[in-house]
Design a protein around this ligand. Structure first.
Ligand SMILES: NC(=O)c1ccc[n+]([C@@H]2O[C@H](COP(=O)([O-])OP(=O)(O)OC[C@H]3O[C@@H](n4cnc5c(N)ncnc54)[C@H](OP(=O)(O)O)[C@@H]3O)[C@@H](O)[C@H]2O)c1
Length: 295
């Protein structure tokens, strides 16, 4: 007889990571309960059409989170990027506390790849490690994932593609590890399937590793026109604390630590290279980026 699986509650389900987890779980036919702020939003309607159960709630309302956790197998927790450090810690620890009280089977928290072993003393960089430490101290079967920089970040405004350039954070001969957001969902789904293997682990996740020179050749091929690669200038980095923090983390901090891509492929055999992402899921975003501002 087929096992009846209890649902996974997915927070941030209308967003990038949560949406990817919904897709990853539905692909293996695991029931999903999607936590949304606005059930009438087109993104929520699309989730319902993908056979997710919709629950209406907000991070500001702990009762709605607690009731959404009723009778679920697991919870995927990801927090929006635009929170203050205090709110991020408050919501991240609250969600984990409620999950521990609900006695769910498996909790997966999406943290950040720039998290290292030591706190930096800067509140916004320390929010995720503080949430991680809180989760580890709870009586909760948990896995923490730390996704590397999203491929989607390279095709956003401000990275120069519309002018035939790609500006990013690494020196041309250094490498950067990138994650296709779709791969996060596939990896998280595999982790829910194999709780015994992944319980208690903290795992950096990535899809590909490329140098600055390779970024130039891969984007030139995908755009079908020359794209030159350059690192942000020292002046730009000096004026932007977040970019500077990431650039230094990519040189010799947590973002420079190599993710085991063979392991990634073993967990998620469909893991994509940057080259194949630009031809597939990233194609539309690349085209938009190349033609941005042109009529
Ligand atoms: N590795 C990287 O390159 C990278 C890049 C970007 C972000 N990140 C990290 O990824 C995390 C953000 O994940 P994401 O990119 O998937 O976010 P996202 O696409 O911006 O989605 C945020 C989600 O949170 C929901 N949300 C916002 N405020 C809420 C509230 N008050 N109550 C309930 N739900 C709320 C949003 O719902 P609505 O649809 O209603 O707004 C949406 O579903 C952050 O931790 C950020 O640091 C990493």
């Amino acid at each position: 007889m087929a096992t009846v699986r209890r649902p996974i509650l997915v927070l941030g389900a209308t967003g990038r990571q949560g949406g990817s987890v919904v897709k990853g779980l539905r692909k293996i036919q695991w029931p999903v309960r999607a936590f949304v702020r606005d059930p009438s939003d087109p993104a929520s309607i699309a989730l319902r059409e993908a056979s997710a159960e919709i629950v209406h709630g907000s991070l500001e309302d702990s009762d709605t989170i607690a009731s959404a956790m009723k009778d679920v197998h697991g919870v995927f927790s990801v927090l929006p990027a635009n929170l203050s450090a205090d709110d991020e810690v408050r919501y991240g620890t609250l969600i984990a506390d409620l999950a521990a009280e609900s006695q769910i089977d498996h909790f997966i928290y999406s943290s950040g790849a720039s998290v290292g072993d030591k706190l930096t003393g800067i509140p916004r960089f320390d929010a995720k490690p503080r949430i991680e430490a809180h989760i580890r101290a709870l009586p909760l079967t948990a896995t923490i994932v730390r996704p590397m920089i999203f491929m989607e970040m390279l095709v956003r405004p401000g990275f120069g593609l519309e002018e035939g350039r790609l500006i990013s954070l690494i020196r041309p001969d250094h490498s950067i590890q990138l994650t296709a957001v779709d791969d996060i969902g596939k990896i998280v789904a595999a982790m829910f399937v194999d709780k015994a293997r992944f319980a208690g682990l903290t795992l950096k996740i990535a899809s590909d590793r490329v140098t600055g020179h390779e970024l130039e050749s891969i984007f030139t091929e995908a755009a079908d026109k020359p794209i030159t690669y350059a690192r942000f200038s020292d002046d730009v980095l000096a004026a932007n604390g977040d970019l500077a923090h990431m650039a230094s983390s990519l040189e010799d901090g947590p973002l420079a630590e190599h993710v085991d891509l063979k392991l990634m492929r073993e967990i998620n055999p469909e893991v994509v290279s940057l080259r194949s992402w630009l031809r597939g899921a990233g194609r539309t975003q690349l085209k938009e980026a190349l033609h941005r501002g042109k009529v």
